[in-house]
Design a protein around this ligand. Structure first.
Ligand SMILES: [Zn+2]
Length: 578
């Protein structure tokens, strides 16, 4: 048996927590499994390779009991305790729990009261209007669940970019090391850094194609081989994600890379430009009138022959990049190295795993000049921990006294405030004034009419102490669609009032997406990038936010946390004077 990945082990541990919650067991026990699951998923090395129970217990959050279960899972793929628990409540928790609006407690009630075990059972009960009859459920609950089911079905077979890249980059790294490999590259939507991915396209040129195919289909992370021919093979990873490998002649590698990177609309237009210049472009190269091969070893060669700059893969969508490339006007897109700080994160003061000091140390390690700790405000929002208005002075003191100067990475005292239903802020101005960085966001009452939601958000923008609007659309990738609001109106007001729009880099959000960021930029908005981290390891997610920023044509000057510390402080302080 192949050793399970950290993600697979974490999934089982998290599911144990869910079942314990369904069984109404002690809260500390449930939390212990939840925390362990997060630590396992984020652990930088492969947990299954650690077979010493003492060593496992050195990982924060892993006690002797859970360590034993990890070893059992590593060796057998499951553990006795989990199997027993599952038998006690025979429900498809993985699926039901992934539905927005359902948690372990509700799943348990649906099982107890209606015998619902599967997604099909749930759909049937909704059709028969049985759920609205349960105490505490309403007709609206039913409609919302139906929406969740639709969204679940729509997203089936798609994967978040972080998960997809994790597997695909491992394949590329592995093949790069293989002695027969000449070139190997990611193509397709993964190279374009789309936020969700269907499957991975990998291209390789090789001195020995057969050996490359063998190497590919025998990679350690693979669950099964779905097909293997002379020039193409398909494999599947344990989580169901698939990857295609195509063998390409090295002389035409650039042409294939251009062709398989796409997207379709970009390729159609580029081929048309080729035709206009009396060329022909396909996946085998660029050819002249007499069918002679004139370019194709590299992408650069092809675009140059067509009289264009080379559009970065992230913006190949035919939304202006071709015209810009023809006129030598492509933007110089932001790069992850331009980022000088991270402007959204949480700590042990609320639901995070690490202290502010630990986060700052990680910031320094990532080369940042500053980070903003942006705890949730407790008023009007149910959240573990968090900071109430009256606690703000003490909160700021605590952050400022955490030996920040010794940490090389400055700590900005920030707050993430829920926008109340009527758009009012729950924190009085006299407290807002004391903070370095104030984020506002929608965390409740998602289902309002478009007009109401727009008005609600616009109202907050009138407050002179608000700096930024966090995760603006509220989407959770593959789980929750954005709420309805007038995005254009929000952008215009944000520009007028100098409110920054956040590009939330958490791979579960990636909010704004590239298309929205581009639109906002064209209106004249400025942006902030934050990882919304709940642990030090999540701070490395900044790159995903940068991918979205690049997809949105953003440049260094569009993003506030490319400023150095003093300039940023000045920028944020000026807010009150506007
Ligand atoms: Zn938030």
């Amino acid at each position: 048996m192949k050793k399970p990945s950290n993600k697979q082990i974490a999934t089982i541990i998290a599911e144990i927590a869910d079942i314990l919650e369904m069984r109404d067991e002690m809260i500390f026990k449930i939390r212990a499994y939840q925390r362990a699951a997060r630590e396992i998923e984020e652990y930088p090395q492969r947990i299954a390779d650690i077979d010493d129970i003492k060593k496992l217990q050195e990982i924060p959050g892993i006690g002797e009991g859970i360590a034993g279960k990890i070893i059992e899972i590593s060796e057998t793929g499951t553990c006795e305790y989990y199997e027993q628990l599952k038998k006690s409540i025979p429900v498809d928790i993985t699926t039901l729990n992934s539905l927005e609006g359902l948690g372990p407690k509700k799943i348990k009630r649906l099982y107890d009261e209606l015998g619902i075990q599967t997604l099909q059972d749930l759909e049937k009960a909704i059709r028969e209007k049985k759920i609205q009859k349960l105490e505490g459920f309403r007709e609206k609950t039913e409609q919302n669940l139906l929406k969740s089911i639709e969204s679940f079905k729509k997203h089936k077979g798609r994967f978040r970019i972080d998960e997809a890249l994790h597997y695909a980059e491992a394949v590329v790294e592995n093949l790069k090391k293989h002695p027969t490999t000449i070139r190997v590259e990611l193509a397709g939507s993964l190279r374009r850094r789309k936020e969700t991915i269907g499957d991975a396209d990998i291209l390789i040129s090789s001195k020995d194609p057969e050996a490359s195919m063998d190497a590919f289909t025998k990679l350690p992370e693979i669950a099964r081989v779905l097909g293997k021919g002379k020039t193409k093979a398909t494999i599947e990873f344990a989580n169901g994600f698939q990857a295609d490998l195509r063998i390409i002649d090295d002389k035409t590698f650039g042409a294939a890379l251009q062709y398989f990177t796409g997207d379709k609309s970009h390729n159609i237009k580029v081929r048309k430009i080729a035709i206009d210049k009396k060329f022909k472009l396909n996946e085998y190269g660029l050819f002249n009138k007499s069918k002679k091969f004139i370019a194709g070893k590299t992408e650069e060669e092809i675009y140059t022959k067509l009289g264009m700059q080379i559009p970065p893969a992230e913006i190949r969508r035919d939304t202006g990049e071709i015209e810009a490339a023809l006129n030598n006007k492509l933007p110089k897109l932001i790069d992850v190295n331009d980022i000088k700080g991270d402007l959204q994160m949480h700590t042990t003061m609320s639901d995070g795993l690490n202290s502010a000091e630990e986060m700052a140390k990680m910031g320094a390690k990532l080369g940042y000049e500053y980070i903003a700790i942006t705890e949730h405000n407790t008023e009007g929002l149910e959240v573990a921990g968090g900071v109430s208005s009256r606690e703000i002075p003490e909160y700021i003191n605590k952050l400022k006294s955490s030996k920040a100067d010794k940490l090389k990475c400055q700590i900005l005292a920030g707050l993430e405030i829920n926008i109340a239903k009527d758009g009012k802020l729950t924190v009085p101005d006299k407290y807002l004034k004391m903070l370095d960085f104030v984020l506002v966001a929608v965390h409740s009452h998602f289902r309002m009419s478009k007009n109401e939601m727009t008005k609600r958000i616009l109202t907050t923008f009138e407050n002179p102490y608000v700096h930024a609007f966090a995760h603006p659309t509220g989407r959770l990738l593959l789980r929750r669609d954005p709420y309805e609001f007038d995005f254009e109106a929000i952008c215009k007001k944000a520009k007028e009032k100098n409110i920054l729009l956040e590009l939330n880099a958490h791979p579960e959000r990636l909010d704004l997406d590239g298309e929205s960021a581009k639109m906002a930029k064209e209106i004249g908005c400025k942006f902030t990038l934050g990882t919304d981290s709940h642990s030090t390891t999540q701070m490395e997610n900044m790159k995903y936010g940068v991918y979205m920023a690049r997809r949105g044509w953003l440049e260094k000057k569009d993003v506030i946390n490319t400023l150095d510390y003093q300039d940023l402080k000045n920028y944020l302080a000026k807010r009150y004077l506007r």
